[in-house]
Ligand binder design. Structure first.
Ligand SMILES: *[C@@H]1O[C@H](CO)[C@@H](O)[C@H](O)[C@H]1NC(C)=O
Ligand SMILES: *[C@@H]1O[C@H](CO)[C@@H](O)[C@H](O)[C@H]1NC(C)=O
Ligand SMILES: *[C@@H]1O[C@H](CO)[C@@H](O)[C@H](O)[C@H]1NC(C)=O
Ligand SMILES: *[C@@H]1O[C@H](CO)[C@@H](O)[C@H](O)[C@H]1NC(C)=O
Ligand SMILES: *[C@@H]1O[C@H](CO)[C@@H](O)[C@H](O)[C@H]1NC(C)=O
Ligand SMILES: *[C@@H]1O[C@H](CO)[C@@H](O)[C@H](O)[C@H]1NC(C)=O
Ligand SMILES: *[C@@H]1O[C@H](CO)[C@@H](O)[C@H](O)[C@H]1NC(C)=O
Ligand SMILES: *[C@@H]1O[C@H](CO)[C@@H](O)[C@H](O)[C@H]1NC(C)=O
Ligand SMILES: *[C@@H]1O[C@H](CO)[C@@H](O)[C@H](O)[C@H]1NC(C)=O
Ligand SMILES: *[C@@H]1O[C@H](CO)[C@@H](O)[C@H](O)[C@H]1NC(C)=O
Ligand SMILES: *[C@@H]1O[C@H](CO)[C@@H](O)[C@H](O)[C@H]1NC(C)=O
Ligand SMILES: *[C@@H]1O[C@H](CO)[C@@H](O)[C@H](O)[C@H]1NC(C)=O
Length: 806
């Protein structure tokens, strides 16, 4: 049977299929994937990494603005984050259109968000790169596109309004609110002659401290102005023409008083359409107006839409793919949509930062690095290194001006740290991979920034740096119930913070080594072994699994466990906070436990710097494989959270690269697919998207190291043109059949036999052809000791320094 399938593969491999490139890529992007069941994806119009992000906002699952959940539309707003958990983000100053007011009296229109929310017409949401549209039950069609700082809307009104006794005289209001209703204060003006509405508001960030102030500027075209005014609570007037609101003592957030301004129009002149152009700025409403006028002078919807498509084509077009036999459109949509979603944030707010002046770019919505270091930035580094370099310059600039690198940052505010100081991983990853491409990054400053994380404890380590540093340096682990009078933060997550700090220190060591700070490098390499100090070798985990035919009990021994200051062990069931037991008990709150968003089972695997030592610790390769298989198959692993990514590929380190390939196919497409629910968890700014894209490309990073683990691409072939060097890297499968031939039999790099099961970033910098000959059974390829990826304990401390040379 297997033999026949192999043969089948050989025959099919001779098919030729056109490579996908250019604008036809865009037809494989479906921004609506992940807009229900917790994906929280922003599906609206945006340019790659841009600030303006326009979409319809709903009163259902509103984290990304819109959701395909049948809930009602509350307005159309111009800035969003994508895929985040918890509270919704941004969504400030929504516009809301009404075709006419009952009895033609403007005060009879509906103003407050809660009462104006109107059903969508099911099935009318359309989304593609640079475009979003939807039809409301009021028969208004809303379309939107955008530039870097400006949203452009085209509202098409019915010739007869659905409102009682109304005549066609559209009213568009602008609301001084945001999605989480976090407004602290705000002011708004409307100009009677032009209908222009400008305003400002101060709001709270969605996952951080402090507040931010945002400004906007809305202009309209397509109909004469009839009258203008403001509204407060549920009443509107044509005087005054401006208002300002503060939080009153009673109507506090989240039930802020509805307030805003409106412009009413005569019947639209052409085709029932009125255009609305909304600029946004963190500097001033003047700057918002200036950006809008400069970026969209003519209100030309089709031209703006086309420019956006061109920008996406150029961004995504770094890659071209030859799908090959057995690869349906659905799988291609999963792939391209994944890259697309990983290209929404971080957002370029350069020239929009009111906090400090700098010549460096300013990016925001690093939301959060705890999520994004695991694959988003790895993907950006290969597809768009120019953006990655700008983002890292911005991180270093944030350190220079705020004193600390962020682990999470949104809306100009400090966000909450979930574990370690993972910007250390990001900066090191960029240092190892693409420092040769730029002179713009100040690596001495970068090193000062990451070293600061490792050495100095901030007063509030819930938003920057690390807690427990004295214990870390003296006891060599983060004690459960630590004594730490030096700063404040949640005294939970002692296990997960220990393993993350260890990995962060490893990355700092790599950078130190590269910069020639050998004493530091030795110190931090040493610290990176501290994960061992929370490993309890006799800790048993017994799991009863029940199927329809068997009841089995599996036992594994040796897990990370809580450890107190006095060096005695505590206890947390190794499966606690896995999907099998109290899954939701380990969040970022005072009652969270010793692991973060996962179990001790999960965190016991988190030793990215030294898998060789971990494998020995857990009983050798066979026992490690048994444990890793069980982890994936028992329900203990939730692949919808980012710590689930690397375990798909850890088989490589035990000499079984074929099992990594098989495991990737176990999750794709069953957990990552092109349906509306096609993301296993929160997309987290495109983390899930970047995982699926990198997994399908077959070069999966161990981020923070110059290492990509090789598995066969899910396509016959792909090529990537380096944005800076212009060199082309190609990975080609031979005997590809899209189904059974998942296992590499042998490989060549530029025609020379290649036996290692990993490759460095030089492949992307210098280009080349990696050819993988596939078969339907595991082979000896990539299984020898010398072919395994580097590990600290096997002596390769220069792993980051490149395949070919230092
Ligand atoms: C639209 O879809 C939602 C669920 O998504 C459903 O509750 C509602 O009844 C549908 N409306 C119509 C008019 O079909
Ligand atoms: C949506 O609007 C419809 C019609 O006004 C209303 O019946 C329904 O309760 C609303 N649903 C929500 C979630 O607001
Ligand atoms: C939008 O911003 C990006 C940088 O984030 C820049 O490369 C691009 O040129 C800008 N687009 C326009 C039309 O200015
Ligand atoms: C429409 O207006 C007329 C006259 O003002 C009024 O009598 C009637 O009740 C209104 N109809 C509705 C449905 O509101
Ligand atoms: C609104 O107008 C007032 C004067 O009428 C002006 O002082 C204020 O700066 C304006 N605010 C905005 C946000 O344009
Ligand atoms: C009005 O609609 C027609 C038909 O769809 C279209 O050809 C025309 O370009 C539209 N006019 C404007 C100004 O958009
Ligand atoms: C930045 O420079 C501008 C123009 O010189 C100045 O108005 C502004 O106050 C400066 N901002 C900060 C935060 O220093
Ligand atoms: C597993 O099954 C054994 C034997 O039935 C039982 O004693 C034990 O409590 C079970 N463990 C769990 C975690 O359910
Ligand atoms: C497995 O255990 C469950 C619950 O303990 C029991 O209901 C079931 O009958 C058992 N199944 C078999 C095949 O023994
Ligand atoms: C060590 O500390 C823990 C936590 O405070 C305590 O429960 C335990 O009794 C202590 N053990 C010893 C031997 O002091
Ligand atoms: C675990 O979940 C159960 C209910 O499923 C709850 O009663 C218990 O308090 C939880 N335990 C912890 C430690 O969170
Ligand atoms: C698509 O992915 C979702 C989320 O992981 C999963 O629940 C669903 O079963 C998958 N659908 C298909 C058809 O595989």
């Amino acid at each position: 049977m297997a033999q026949r399938l192999c043969l089948n593969g050989l025959l099919l491999a001779s098919c030729t299929v056109m490579a996908q490139s250019g604008s036809n890529i865009l037809s494989f992007v479906d921004p609506l994937i992940g807009t229900v069941n917790g994906g929280h994806v922003f599906p609206g119009a945006t340019l790659p990494f841009a600030m303006a992000k326009a979409v319809a906002d709903v009163n259902g699952e509103d984290q990304g603005g819109f959701a395909s959940d049948g809930s009602n539309i509350t307005g159309f707003s111009h800035m969003h984050d994508s895929g985040t958990g918890g509270s919704p983000s941004l969504g400030n100053f929504p516009l809301f259109p009404q075709a006419g007011c009952p009895d033609d009296i403007f005060d009879n229109c509906v103003f407050p968000k809660d009462s104006r929310a109107v059903p969508r017409v099911n099935g009318t949401a359309q989304a593609s790169p640079g475009y979003f549209s939807i039809e409301l039950a009021t028969q208004i069609r809303a379309e939107m596109t955008s530039t870097n700082h400006t949203a452009l809307y085209r509202f098409t009104f019915p010739s007869t309004p659905t409102e009682n006794n109304a005549t066609l005289s559209p009213l568009i209001l602008a609301d001084l609110s945001d999605l989480p209703n976090s407004r602290i204060n705000g002011s708004i003006n409307v100009t009677d002659t032009t209908g222009r509405i400008t305003g400002s508001g101060t709001f709270s960030p969605s996952f951080g401290i402090g507040s931010y102030t945002l400004h906007f500027c809305a202009d309209f075209q397509g109909a004469d102005i009839r009258d203008t005014g403001v509204f407060m609570n549920n009443r509107a007037g044509s005087e005054p023409k401006n208002l300002s609101v503060v939080q009153d003592g009673v109507n506090n957030s989240p039930d802020i008083l509805p307030a805003g301004a409106w412009t009413r129009f005569r019947a639209p002149k052409v085709n029932g359409t009125i255009m609305a152009r909304v600029g946004v700025s963190f500097i001033s409403s003047e700057q918002a107006c200036n950006s809008a006028e400069a970026e969209i002078p003519e209100f030309d919807f089709d031209a703006v839409h086309q420019a956006s498509r061109d920008a996406w084509t150029s961004h995504l077009g770094a890659l071209s793919v030859t799908p090959g036999p057995g690869v349906n459109e659905s799988l291609q949509t999963v792939f391209w949509s994944g890259i697309y979603r990983a290209s929404i944030s971080p957002q370029d707010y350069t020239n929009e930062n009111p906090l400090w002046n700098s010549t460096a770019p300013y990016y925001d919505s690093f939301y959060c690095i705890w999520d994004s270091f695991r694959s988003i930035h790895s993907l950006i580094t290969i597809v768009n290194p120019v953006s990655q370099i700008r983002m890292m310059r911005s991180l270093i600039d944030i350190y220079e001006h705020e004193g600390w690198l962020p682990d999470c940052r949104m809306s100009l505010c400090k966000g909450f740290t979930q574990g370690g100081s993972n910007a250390d991983v990001l900066l090191t990853d960029t240092y190892l991979k693409i420092r040769s491409l730029t002179k713009d990054i100040d690596w001495q400053m970068a090193y000062a920034a990451v070293r600061n994380d490792a050495e100095n404890e901030p007063k509030d380590w819930s938003v920057e740096g690390r807690g427990g540093l004295k214990s870390w340096k003296e006891l060599h682990y983060i004690p459960t119930e630590d004594y730490d009078p030096y700063g404040v933060g949640p005294f939970t997550r002692s296990i997960s913070r220990t393993v993350e700090y260890a990995y962060d220190d490893f990355c700092i060591a790599e950078m130190a080594h590269g910069l020639g700070y050998e004493a530091d490098a030795q110190k931090y390499y040493q610290r990176s072994t501290y994960w061992r100090n929370m490993y309890k070798s006799d800790q048993v985990s017994t799991i009863n699994s029940t199927t329809s035919t068997t009841n089995t009990t599996e036992t594994f021994t040796g897990f990370l466990q809580p450890k107190f200051l006095n060096q005695t062990w505590g206890y947390q069931d190794p499966i606690f906070c896995s999907p099998l037991l109290n899954f939701t008990s380990c969040y970022l709150n005072p009652s969270g436990h010793e692991t973060y968003e996962g179990s001790a089972w999960l965190y016991t695997f988190f030793v990215p710097q030294d898998q060789a030592a971990l494998i020995t610790t857990l009983g050798g390769p066979d026992e490690f494989i048994r444990r890793l298989n069980y982890f994936h198959e028992s329900g203990l692993l939730y692949v919808g959270d980012e710590q689930g990514f690397l375990p798909v590929y850890q088989y490589h380190y035990a000499g079984r690269p074929g099992l990594s390939a098989a495991r990737a196919h176990y999750y794709i497409p069953s957990q990552f697919n092109d349906t509306l629910v096609g993301i296993a968890g929160n997309d987290d700014s495109g983390a899930m998207g970047s995982f699926v894209a990198l997994a399908m490309m077959g070069l999966f990073p161990n981020p923070g190291q110059n290492v990509y683990l090789i598995t066969p691409p899910f396509f016959q072939e792909w090529s990537l043109t380096n944005q800076i060097t212009g060199k082309v890297a190609t990975v080609r499968n031979v005997n590809f059949d899209g189904t059974r031939n998942l296992f590499i039999q042998n490989a060549t790099l530029d025609g020379v036999i290649y036996t290692k099961n990993w490759i460095g970033h030089e492949f992307y910098l210098e280009g080349g052809v990696l050819e993988l000959v596939l078969g339907c059974e595991e082979s000896g390829w990539g299984t020898r000791e010398e072919d395994l990826p580097p590990s600290l304990s096997t002596g390769n401390k220069t792993m980051g320094m490149g395949l070919y040379s230092l």
